[in-house]
Design a protein around this ligand. Structure first.
Ligand SMILES: NC(=O)c1ccc[n+]([C@@H]2O[C@H](COP(=O)([O-])OP(=O)(O)OC[C@H]3O[C@@H](n4cnc5c(N)ncnc54)[C@H](O)[C@@H]3O)[C@@H](O)[C@H]2O)c1
Length: 298
């Protein structure tokens, strides 16, 4: 089966990035804004970021024009009716995702593949609310989607082998590097990465080092391109907290329980880069440690 049209549910950081990747590979793509409000701001943001790529010589003006001609934004989820593949990328909330999957089954054709970009939720539990389960799978992209090569293809309990091979071909067509993973909370990357970020927060709470020291140590000593706090702010602290809670619920081990500092930052609405403040304050250049974190809660 060839994927000729993709529907992306959600126009947040990941949804929009994934939609761009598909259109960049020459595939007609429609992205659905899942919360109320106009799509105009999202469209102008996308135009600006593509214009920057053209200015920097990373993309030709022709390629930019072709991406914009293949991409459509909408507020109406019924507009994905003629898509061959759905990539759900809305908020990391199981109940909200389940309700969407149930609605999607009544919108798309029986041949349409239904996938989720969840970071840590069980793909099998989303599959469980669907009538036709063999076409449900996970398609887990990484942030920023236009840059990161890996896509984890999640083989859930009743996913058909044919669904996996179509998704594998699709990933290659959009120039990604797929790995097939069985449905385990956190899959491969987040199962390893989340406890690492949480350990960094606990080191901070113990007073072992400052945010900048811990980030510097991991970049300079372990060769990581970003430190754990820079990475957490980039992912979004609400997403990190949701991943933590899902992994903790699955493993019940203290080292994956949410640390107070993370919980407090999310409660205060400091979600990282997307709100300009998280572990760092991004409203100043270069970013400095968030002053609220001078006295982390142990
Ligand atoms: N941030 C990452 O690094 C990353 C990487 C891979 C996968 N993901 C996953 O992608 C999905 C989206 O994450 P994101 O980083 O784009 O988050 P985001 O905060 O940038 O976007 C969230 C999206 O969910 C929508 N939304 C918010 N409340 C909603 C509601 N009540 N009902 C329906 N939609 C709602 C928003 O409109 C937005 O489109 C999540 O499942 C997340 O786990 C995130």
């Amino acid at each position: 089966m060839e994927i000729k049209k993709v529907g992306v549910m959600g126009c947040g950081a990941m949804g929009l990035g994934v939609a761009q990747v598909c259109a960049q590979a020459g595939i007609a793509t429609i992205a659905v804004k899942a919360t109320p409000g106009s799509t105009d701001k999202i469209w102008s943001g996308l135009e600006k970021s593509l214009a920057k790529m053209v200015e920097r010589g990373k993309m030709t003006a022709e390629h930019r024009d072709s991406i914009l001609s293949l991409l459509q934004l909408t507020n109406n989820e019924r507009d994905v009716a003629d898509c061959d593949l759905i990539i759900e990328s809305i908020i990391e909330d199981l109940a909200i995702k389940k309700a969407l999957f149930q609605r999607l089954e009544n919108i798309v054709s029986p041949q349409t593949l239904l996938t989720t970009n969840t970071s840590t939720l069980s793909v099998t539990s989303l599959m469980a609310v669907c009538e036709q389960r063999d076409r449900v799978a996970g398609l887990h992209f990484f942030n920023p989607a236009p840059v990161m090569k890996l896509v984890e293809i999640i083989h859930a309990f009743e996913t058909a082998d044919g669904t996996i091979s179509t998704l594998s071909d699709f990933c290659k067509k959009i120039k990604k590097d797929p790995v097939i993973v069985q449905d385990t909370t956190g899959f491969i990357v987040n199962r390893l990465l989340t406890p690492y970020i949480l350990s960094a927060v606990r080191l901070l709470e113990m007073g072992t080092g400052t945010i900048a020291d811990i980030d510097h140590a991991m970049k300079s000593g372990a060769g990581h391109p970003m430190g754990p706090f820079e990475l957490a702010d980039y992912i979004g602290l609400d997403v990190v907290e949701a991943m933590t809670l899902n992994i903790y619920q699955d493993m019940h081990q203290p080292h994956v329980a949410p640390p107070h500092t993370l919980t407090r930052l999310v409660q205060l609405g400091y979600l990282g880069r997307k709100t300009n403040k998280g572990f760092y304050n991004y409203s100043v250049k270069p970013p400095i440690q968030n002053p609220q974190l001078r006295h982390p809660v142990a």
